[in-house]
Design a protein around this ligand. Sequence first.
Ligand SMILES: [Zn+2]
Length: 253
Amino acid sequence: MSIWSDLQDRSSGEITRIEDCYCEYIFNPDDLSPTSNSTLKIILDIARADFEFGGFSSLEEMLSTLGVTLVISPATPTRIVPSGISEWVLYWKNELKRLESILGKDCKSNQLYKDAQKELEKAQKESEAWATMAHLGCYDRFQKEIILYPNNIPGQDRKEYLVTTFVHEAMHAYFDRHPRELFPYVATVEEPLAEFGMLLFLKETNNTYYEWAYRNVVSKETCYRYGAALMDRYEKGDNQIRQDLESYKRKVF
Ligand SMILES: [Zn+2]
């Protein structure tokens, strides 16, 4: 066995060491001790950038105030399609069955049936896009954890994916909304907002990954891509959209 067997691919960057794929870190602006974990180092550089958002001056300040822990996990989970999307598929399947029973054997030439078929195809395409999207990270509201899965990050553009995923999850941590299992429709609202917040962060911190991130969001086949449309509006001078983003968070009563 090679002595380098613990390395996936040294040439692809500095975040590929297996020993860097596990860590738990509680955000704390007072702790400036150096870290030997290169994945964590990348995250901390990002978290410490000056960013005025929601009354905080950096993501680090935000996440430490909210008591969020960062977990860098070696796991490689697959994504679960939100139930709201699955129900959308089921709805049109049932609708087709209903039309078949009403219209009988000639149903396939009926316009209503054809329209329903198109809607089912659309829903299935969206569901498929969710299922095949790499699961790079998540925010667990009950544990107050941002969990990143570096082993699920594609070989190319690893650092870009790591940074954009972290900032996206930091937005979910800021929103701190109820999990989408309880409110299935929330995903289609919250994911574009998290993408918008991520783009806003990269833009305002002059991060060189902004162009890459914007192109990546635009290319997505799921509702995530609307995050780029929100950014377009903001760039055209619609400041209300930023206020809406900041006020989307769960109110503390
Ligand atoms: Zn998300």
